[in-house]
Design a protein around this ligand. Structure first.
Ligand code: PMT
Length: 402
């Protein structure tokens, strides 16, 4: 887990979204992080310190002069303890105080004393958020290296609709992971990742598809972005997955030929391609213009072969590193090795999609890496995030040798 044993100080200020801090703290702990909360006095009007203490598993600091014996000079101890400092929700008031150098309570004092990266999630009325004073404060803090999550738009507690909602806790957690885990492993590199399944139309209402959820590819795109790369994610159909934080772009495609067109257009200038998408090898030769009506007992659809995107990339390869996948149900290593060679790849990730805990849909996979020199790295079952990070490490090592 990316946040395993990371120390997160969660600052909570006095806005209606303060109740969401409970969910943020809970999700952080589920991901292995240690959480300590600081609440402003106003925040305690919206959610109690007791709630946050129970959820975070740690004492909650509110007063500058409270007595939490384990914090030696409390605000300094917390400031030093943090691997990352998050303020969610952040009011216009706390943003203004930090920007103005004011340290007059536990939260503002501690944030001033920390050297950890600070992530601020503003949540307030639209007019307040768009007020030039607040915007100036945000820009000023950004210049000093404070990071912000843009608020979501929607219905606000004050009865209006507009920008100002605290983003969902999952999105805030994604940003925290991004801050804690990012490296420079692929800094300056352009990476294309394909994910999800392609769809080939049969008629206007039906298609040929597959079970790919996109999870493997999205995890790889996220890991590449965390490694500092400029990532283009080419996504087929997925289980409605959210775009990972930090991507340069996401391009959604339908058919294999759509995917090929997009991948080809970015290929010449890219450094690394990782093709985790499950691509249809065949399509209907003549998709019907109108819905095919039910009549005979059987229906025969003439099929025609799709272009093999990865094969084409392998044939045109210059400086690029190519990583392919092989989704097999038998002879996994044998078929994988054949694909590695035929498609001129630098690395192949073979997975037995019929094995329990591997392949489509789930959050885990069981993979074996194959390399052109014949070496093989067999891996245990692991989370797709963890596998993605290993794939990026191996691909970066290959790139470094080129
Ligand atoms: O999305 P998830 O639910 O998380 O599932 C993950 C996964 C099972 C889809 C993933 O781990 C995986 O195995 N992806 C590759 C699926 C696949 O199409 O395998 P393949 O053995 O048929 O193709 C070999 C390689 O050639 C793949 O990199 C594929 O993207 C590529 N290919 C295949 C056919 C084609 N016409 N063009 C291609 O580029």
């Amino acid at each position: 887990m990316l946040l395993e044993n990371k120390n997160v100080v969660l600052g909570i200020t006095g806005g209606i979204a303060a109740f969401k801090a409970a969910e943020i703290a809970s999700q952080l702990r589920k991901r292995g992080a240690h959480v300590k909360c600081i609440m402003t006095q106003h925040a305690t009007e919206f959610i109690t310190p007791l709630t946050m203490r129970e959820i975070s598993g740690n004492p909650v600091a509110v007063s500058m002069f409270g007595d939490i014996p384990e914090f030696n000079v409390e605000h300094i101890a917390l400031a030093q303890w943090a691997d990352v400092f998050v303020i969610a929700p952040a009011t216009a008031n706390i943003i203004g105080k930090i920007a103005g150098g004011i340290a007059d309570d536990m939260l503002s004092t501690t944030v001033m004393a920390t050297k950890a990266p600070v992530l601020i999630a503003p949540a307030m009325n639209t007019n307040m958020y768009l007020n030039p004073i607040v915007q100036d404060n945000i820009h000023k803090l950004e210049q000093y290296g404070y990071e912000f999550i843009t608020p979501a738009s929607g219905h606000l507690a004050c009865g209006t609709t507009g920008i100002g909602r605290l983003p969902e806790p999952a999105e805030i957690i994604d940003h925290i992971e991004w801050i804690v885990c990012r490296t420079n492993l692929l800094k300056g590199k352009k990476v294309i990742v394909t994910a999800g399944g392609t769809r080939e139309p049969i008629d206007p209402v039906r298609f040929i598809g597959n079970h790919s959820s996109g999870r493997m590819g999205f995890a790889i795109a996220k890991a590449a972005a965390f490694a500092g790369a400029e990532v283009t994610l080419v996504a087929g159909t997925t289980d409605n997955l959210k775009t990972p934080v930090g991507l340069a772009r996401r391009i959604d495609v339908g058919s294999t030929r759509d995917m090929k067109e997009v991948v080809d257009s970015y290929y010449d200038t890219c450094d690394l391609v990782i093709k985790a998408a499950a691509v249809a090898d065949y399509r209907s030769a003549h998709p019907a213009e109108n819905k095919i009506k039910k009549s005979d007992e059987t229906l025969t659809l003439p099929m025609t072969k799709n272009p093999d995107i990865l094969l084409g990339l392998g044939q045109r390869k210059k400086h690029q590193v190519l990583v392919g996948f092989a989704a097999e149900t038998t002879h996994v290593l044998e078929y994988g090795a054949a694909k590695l060679k035929k498609k001129n790849l630098d690395m192949l990730v073979a997975n037995d999609v019929s094995a329990e805990g591997a392949g489509f849909k789930g959050t885990t996979n069981i993979a074996t890496f194959l390399f052109p020199d014949g070496s093989v790295e067999k891996l245990e079952k692991m989370g797709k995030d963890e596998l993605a990070s290993l794939i990026i490490q191996r691909a970066a090592a290959i790139l470094a040798k080129k």
